[in-house]
Write a protein that binds this ligand. Structure first.
Ligand code: SF4
Length: 711
């Protein structure tokens, strides 16, 4: 028997975008190991020792049971060399016959930045297509597009400390108590220390978060643009806009204010289905606060007007100069642990690496020259919904899905299934052996998981943290970046993919951020160029940009009022109010909202294995107001079958009723997590259409029109 040894490591939680530091104790014995215990890292600036219940149960969900441990081709176990050759041959063949846009990658905010970097490099620089999109499209692409419209770059201006230093915190479309629990704990503590701090919740549902607030606005779903247009109108009318800031640092105020003219208090109240008193209370709070922070998440982003909603919020911050200073700013909070890192290295189909733009020829040259790649994508690729459409229509013939489960998370599951069935080759790399998407694959590749992976992630406040592997890779698993490089080399692209460690990839990435960057681009990691392996291993959490002027990183952006637009001024965006696309009708009279529950993560492939985590909410339910239940003649626990314009007749969604008077009348809520694997009738992705934001492509996952019948 080999002797065992225990070790201590510090890494980052693999779940949400808060990005908490985690200290782990593990035991190694020969080539195997076990995670023994976890606790929050005391000095990590995201969590200061705290963990939420998901993070604190990491030891329970880190078993190798259910792990994918060997490559499979058509269901048969094969050697790595055969799996890699099968993929490389098919991708090369499709490209030769149909061109580079006939292949695609669909990647994930669960990947580390180094994985993302090489995936993007292979697709955009070597294959020559931009058909690489990510499940982060479903998470925060509307926030990205809004920042780019207003600031000229995808720059998150704020930091977590601002949550504790603001006079007024406005949470829009966020149930942070359940979705970003450690941040919510920080907010609650700040409120306790400073009872004068005011909390406003803007959410159609009265959620667990709202209990902590001073004001809850249960607005009609999708009416946020009207609410914030009205706020801008109110601020101007009451002469509390900052004319000096507007004049010095912004453009487009007059036109934008003109578009807000119709949005009087009465008009807003009527449109948002609120009382005038409620609206005025919120507006007065915003107007009278010297500092205000808007914290927004999926309720803003997952909408056909998600980009406009975010810009409506940003407009109000620009108009009052509540930007770039303590406790101020429009703060988009990401869902996944590395949605930010992914967008930094070009994981979105419409961006190049390092926040450079595909449609900018100078940026294309910078990236191609730096990579010395044979080509560079010249036009944006297909965003998630369009990508699966193209697979279904046959124009994309081979797809590689990495670390994500679109059969459960994408809207319109029926179409996703039809697309994957039709696709000539579906490759899935994942760490779990069995999920709804793995089961659709021709080639399945075993990837390392959280406890084995080395690399970096970026959290919602631009903070880069190290994820450190502390257990040996089980079975034949390989790191995602290794698998991607192996396929690239098998396709004949050896020169660009000869990496032997994650730190070499990080070094190349940092170098590209610095390339011809004279302060005109926000993402600058020149201060991290040339790290030794030891320095990379010991890298402490740091907020980008990190450069000569800011060797310790930057807490807040835009403190100097200088933006990344060509004029260096922030842009107001004049906005029209639009309704959600999936409107109710006599056939589909109810609205379905969706989201996470407190103790589960995404499609439950990890958190679903913990008995403790499952105890909180053991099965999916359909929440509705008691008056709706009375009208439908149902009580708590009765089963209802749900249908929409796209739900197939042979796969019914059936959920038990849960009475919740925090729901608005006629509006129901169901969780996103359950899949064919763990509850075949509870996968609500059957109900959502392809409706998505016209700018960001982010699907409208908060507003389906459904009907219900008693089972
Ligand atoms: Fe992990 Fe998010 Fe919980 Fe922190 S708040 S422990 S990052 S799930």
């Amino acid at each position: 028997k080999q002797p065992s040894c225990s070790q201590l490591s510090t890494t980052t939680c693999p779940y949400c975008g808060v990005g908490c530091g985690v200290d782990v104790t593990s035991e190694l014995q020969g080539n195997t190991g076990q995670l023994l215990s976890v606790k929050g890292t005391a000095d990590h600036p995201a969590n200061f020792g705290r963990l939420c219940v998901k993070g604190s149960k990491l030891a329970e969900t880190n078993s190798t049971q259910g792990r994918l441990l060997a490559p499979l081709v058509n269901g048969e176990t094969v050697q790595w060399s055969e799996a890699i050759a099968t993929i490389a041959d098919k991708f090369s063949d499709v490209i030769k016959q149909h061109g580079p846009d006939a292949v695609a990658f669909y990647v994930s905010g669960q990947l580390l930045t180094e994985d993302y970097y090489v995936a993007n490099k292979l697709m955009k620089g070597y294959i020559g297509s931009a058909n690489i999109d990510t499940n982060s499209r479903l998470c925060m692409s509307s926030a990205v597009a809004a920042y780019k419209r207003a600031f000229g770059a995808d720059t998150v201006p704020c930091c977590y400390e601002d949550l504790e230093q603001t006079e007024l915190l406005v949470l829009v479309g966020s149930n942070a108590a359940w979705t970003h629990p450690v941040l919510f704990q920080r907010i609650e503590r700040a409120k306790k220390i400073n009872p004068n701090m005011r909390l406003v919740f803007i959410d159609p549902r009265r959620t667990a978060s709202c209990e902590a607030g001073d004001l809850h606005l249960p607005l009609k779903p999708g009416s946020d643009v009207a609410l914030f247009n009205g706020l801008l109108h109110y601020l101007a009318k009451n002469d509390v806009v900052e004319q000096e800031y507007i004049h010095a640092f912004t453009q487009g105020f007059t036109d934008t204010l003109g578009a807000c003219e119709p949005w009087t208090l009465d008009a807003v109240a009527q449109h948002c289905d609120l009382s005038v008193t409620q609206v005025e209370q919120f507006y007065t709070m915003f107007a009278s606060s010297d500092s205000a922070l808007s914290f927004y998440s999926m309720g803003v982003n997952q909408s056909t007007s998600g980009v406009d909603k975010a810009n409506a919020i940003i407009n109000c911050h620009l108009a009052t100069g509540k930007m770039g200073r303590q406790g101020c700013g429009p703060f988009s909070i990401t869902g996944q642990p590395n949605a930010m890192g992914g967008r930094e290295v070009g994981g979105l189909a419409n961006m190049l690496a390092c926040h450079m733009d595909i449609d900018n020829s100078e940026h294309r040259s910078i990236v191609q020259d730096y990579w010395q790649s044979p080509r560079i994508a010249t036009q944006p690729g297909l965003k998630a919904v369009d990508l699966f459409d193209a697979i279904e229509q046959g124009s994309v013939k081979a797809v590689w899905i990495m670390a994500t489960n679109p059969m459960v998370s994408m809207p319109n599951r029926h179409k996703i299934k039809a697309a994957l069935e039709k696709c000539e080759m579906v490759v899935v790399s994942d760490c779990v052996a069995n999920n709804d998407t793995v089961n659709m694959a021709d080639v399945v590749l075993p990837a390392t998981g959280w406890s084995e992976k080395n690399g970096t992630v970026t959290n919602s406040e631009r903070r880069i943290s190290r994820q450190r592997g502390f257990l040996p890779p089980p079975g034949q698993t390989r790191h995602d970046w290794q698998i991607i490089c192996d396929v690239a080399k098998a396709m004949g692209f050896s020169a660009g993919f000869n990496f032997s460690t994650a730190s070499e990839i990080f070094a190349e990435y940092c170098g590209l951020t610095a390339e011809k960057n004279n302060g005109n681009r926000d993402l600058d990691l020149s201060g991290l160029c040339g790290l030794t392996q030891g320095q990379y291993d010991n890298l402490m959490p740091i907020q980008w940009p990190v450069n000569q002027a800011n060797p310790q990183g930057v807490k807040r952006m835009f403190s100097d009022g200088r933006y990344f637009t060509p004029s260096k001024k922030a842009q107001f965006i004049a906005l029209e109010v639009r309704t959600p696309e999936q409107l109710t009708s006599s056939d589909f009279p109810f609205v379905l909202n969706s989201g996470r529950v407190r103790d589960q993560w995404h499609t439950m492939t990890r958190t679903g294995t913990s008995a403790d985590l499952t105890r909180h909410i053991p099965y999916a339910t359909l929440s509705m107001h008691s008056r709706d239940a009375a009208q439908l003649a149902v009580k708590s626990g009765d089963l209802l079958a749900l249908s929409s314009t796209v739900s197939p007749s042979d796969s019914q969604v059936i959920l038990p009723v849960q009475i919740d008077d925090g729901q608005r009348l006629g509006e129901f809520f169901a969780p996103i997590h359950w899949s064919e694997q763990n509850a075949s009738s509870a996968n609500i992705s059957h109900l959502y259409t392809d409706a998505n934001d016209r700018i960001s492509g982010q699907p409208e996952l908060k507003h389906a029109a459904i009907s219900v019948t008693k089972v």
